[in-house]
Write a protein of this length. Structure first.
Lengths: 345, 385
């Protein structure tokens, strides 16, 4: 087991290096650098001035040198002001030592956000915390509801409850967040007026039922159908097993059979599915946070990508890739742990 | 200015009436399918369950709407009639006599016509992109599952790499206006569009290797037809000027294929690993068939059931991806009538006007729902066999 985890962690590391290199390459494409230079100087700067800005701030160095600097294995050189010959921080809003230093993500330095004019870490961690709260409430509503629907539907295959719940879960998987968000806002905010159509106040004034229900509901609904269908399939399979028939023939009541004998085995597969939902939820987070103006990770990602904020976007992709790979690892380990029939060599 | 309104009932009747070509086509199709369903194989079996019929009806409804869009839609989707800004559903256009059945949006365009023309964009891009993703995923998944070993490790690692990318980040990196100045989208398009040609060439070659009279016409047809479309799409240099694609749409297309082919790859690989242990594969190996013949003519036909189901679900998922692109304003032109862009425009104004938001959302949802129902019915049928 330990060897398996170590090997998986190794693959994870290689994957992360590859992916960050791809992102690094993409954000440093020529048009993106031009856009950044223009946004840092101004629209009417002549091309030579843009070019000299890029050279001065080290954007014209070798790709691998720059990637190494970002990673923290190559020394960063201070930017020298050509007029005074003194070293000077690249961005006025970020401190920078005057001598060469190692300052990459390995040292915990994520760099400077050119959009928010601050250190990336001061922007990123609060945003992640805000999204963490949202994710918590989404999981807390989505998982129990989905499991309940799946178990009720899979308990008696082909019954009327099963048909109704199955069609309902197919419907929710056909409703992406931007569709359900609009429909819920129209119903609950515009017509009924029960809930707030914006979660902007949640950042400043705290989370209330009034401003936070719509985002949570919107995000949960897309996942519910999928998890419920997986739970149903797993439940249906378990209910045809021999030991369930034995339990029935012993004279146990139906609820007892379901709760004592079927449930535990039926919940192994959904566990994996729930863990693998995280990458999907990440897209959902971006849509929901944009739609309801909640200042979390998704909102930060959109702002970073829209303004070509290189360091912030790199940090965001690092975090999201890490989340995806880490949940995959947990789901594999958890599956092997929960299912005694699987033994990892 | 107060606009005249034809009332709710009249509006509903009007909407039904506008779809007349769709109803006629649907009636013909369903009638014919019902009569001949015994002879129609898998498609005919769909008509044995309510879920299947519902799926077919919804999907065909949007298919026919896309085909007859210019008849169904009363107005040009881009035309603006300034008086009709934010007009309520059923408002009559002064001096024209036409009716904005679902009202006007903030730029005074007809919401109904935009929804109808939006179906065209969605129904062209989503199924074709899915087909390309299927081709790419199948062509790579077959050898990965069949040979295993190093090919499998390398290809699986690459697929996992793409799958570990959050879709939205991928889109923000791949579908930006700046990237059109770089060769990346054209390079990727050149790579992806090569796969169908390779697929068909290998398919025909393995089967008709010893029968040149069949092989050469088929190969020539594939290369000429494939090459023609390839040149038109990737280099935009079709000598006849028939095949061409807008650079923006090419970019979207590439991004969607890129995001969705690793999923196909994983499914195909899994199916192949399962099927290759069967006896008939061992028999083919003993006969001395080449590996690619076994993959394409023995394994692939036996994997078609799950693949068809997956294709249905995947078209729905691609539609959702397209909507996501539209919602974030990536790739498609800002005035494009596709559903995602329409939802984006309308959702920003939900506090004041509601009606422009509902038609595109319900259209998108119903189309994806139809595909999901179809997939569900197909899965049930293939399990019964």
């Amino acid at each position: 087991m330990l060897g398996f985890i170590v090997r998986r962690l190794g693959t994870m590391l290689v994957t992360m290096i590859c992916l960050t290199m791809v992102v690094f390459f993409m954000v440093n494409l020529e048009p993106n650098l031009k856009k950044l230079a223009i946004s840092q100087l101004d629209m009417r700067s002549p091309p030579e001035q843009l070019e000299s800005w890029l050279v001065k701030n080290g954007y014209r160095q070798n790709f691998f040198v720059r990637y190494g600097q970002w990673l923290g294995v190559v020394q960063k050189q201070p930017a020298i002001d050509p007029q005074t010959g003194q070293s000077k921080p690249r961005f006025s809003f970020c401190d920078e030592p005057a001598e060469p230093y190692y300052g990459g993500i390995l040292q915990g330095d994520f760099g400077c956000s050119t959009k928010f004019k601050t250190q990336v870490s001061t922007k990123l961690w609060p945003a992640l915390a805000a999204t963490g709260i949202l994710m918590f409430w989404v999981m807390a509503t989505m998982v129990p509801i989905a499991l309940l629907i799946g178990i009720l539907a899979g308990m008696r295959e082909g019954s009327r409850t099963d048909r109704t719940l199955s069609v309902a879960s197919i419907t929710t998987t056909a409703t992406p967040e931007y569709v359900s968000g609009v429909i819920f806002t129209v119903i609950f905010a515009s017509w009924l007026g029960w809930l707030n159509g914006s979660a902007a106040s949640a950042t400043g004034q705290g989370i209330t039922f009034y401003n936070f229900t719509l985002p949570v509901m919107t995000m949960a609904i897309y996942g519910i159908g999928y998890i419920a269908r997986m739970t149903r399939a797993s439940m249906v399979e378990v209910m045809t097993q021999q030991y369930i028939r034995t339990a029935r023939l012993k004279g146990l009541s139906f609820p007892k059979v379901v709760i004592r004998h079927a449930l535990r085995n039926a919940l192994i597969a959904p566990f994996t599915v729930i863990m693998l939902q995280f990458p999907w939820l990440l897209t959902g987070v971006v849509i929901v946070e944009t739609m309801f103006r909640y200042q979390g990770f998704g909102y930060t990602l959109v702002e970073a990508a829209g303004n070509n904020d290189i360091d912030l976007l790199l940090a965001c992709s690092l975090v999201s890739v890490f989340v995806v790979l880490f949940t995959q690892l947990i789901s594999d380990i958890g599956y092997a742990y929960l299912n005694p029939r699987i033994r990892v060599q | 200015m107060q606009l005249e309104n034809i009332g709710t009932l009249q509006t509903i009747v009007g909407v039904f009436a506008r779809f007349w070509p769709v109803w006629i086509a649907l009636a013909f199709l369903l009638g014919a399918s019902m009569i001949y369903r015994k002879r129609l194989g898998l498609y005919g079996q769909l008509f044995e369950s309510g879920v299947g019929i519902a799926g077919v009806v919804i999907c065909c409804f949007w298919l026919f709407t896309a085909i007859f869009a210019h008849v169904v839609a009363p107005f040009d989707p881009l035309a603006q009639i300034p008086v009709m800004k934010d007009a309520m559903p059923g408002a009559i256009v002064p001096d024209h006599g036409g009716v904005y059945l679902f009202g006007g949006d903030k730029l005074a365009r007809d919401v109904f016509s935009r929804m109808v023309f939006g179906s065209r964009i969605v129904l062209i891009i989503a199924p074709t992109a899915t087909m390309f993703a299927l081709m790419v995923g199948t062509t790579l998944g077959l050898p990965a599952g069949y040979y295993g070993g190093r090919i499998d490790s390398v290809l699986s690692f690459l697929a996992n790499l793409v799958l570990a990318f959050p879709v939205i980040l991928l889109f923000y990196l791949l579908v930006t206006p700046g990237i059109m100045d770089t060769p990346i989208p054209y390079g990727l398009a050149g790579l992806f569009f090569l796969f169908p040609i390779i697929f068909f060439v290998v398919l025909f070659y393995t089967r008709f290797k010893n029968r040149p009279e069949r092989l050469y016409p088929l190969l020539a047809l594939t290369l000429v037809l494939g090459g023609w479309i390839y040149v038109g799409l990737v280099f935009d240099a079709d000598p006849l000027g028939v095949v061409s694609i807008d650079p923006n749409q090419l970019n979207i297309f590439v991004a969607v294929v890129f995001a969705s082919s690793p999923g196909v790859f994983r499914i195909v690989r899994g199916l192949v690993m399962d099927i290759k242990t069967r006896d008939y594969i061992a028999a083919a190996q003993t006969r001395g068939e080449t590996p690619w013949y076994i993959m394409l003519w023995e394994i692939l036909p036996n994997a078609r059931g799950p693949l068809i189901v997956d294709a249905c679900l995947r078209i729905g998922y691609t539609t959702i991806l397209l909507g996501t692109l539209g919602y974030f304003g990536l790739g498609l032109a800002p005035e494009s009538p596709d559903w995602g862009t329409a939802i984006k425009d309308a959702s920003r104004l939900l506090r004041s006007v509601i009606h422009p938001a509902l038609p595109p959302t319900i259209a998108l949802m119903s189309f994806v729902l139809g595909l999901n129902l179809l997939a569900d019915a197909l899965r049930e049928q293939s399990l019964r066999d």
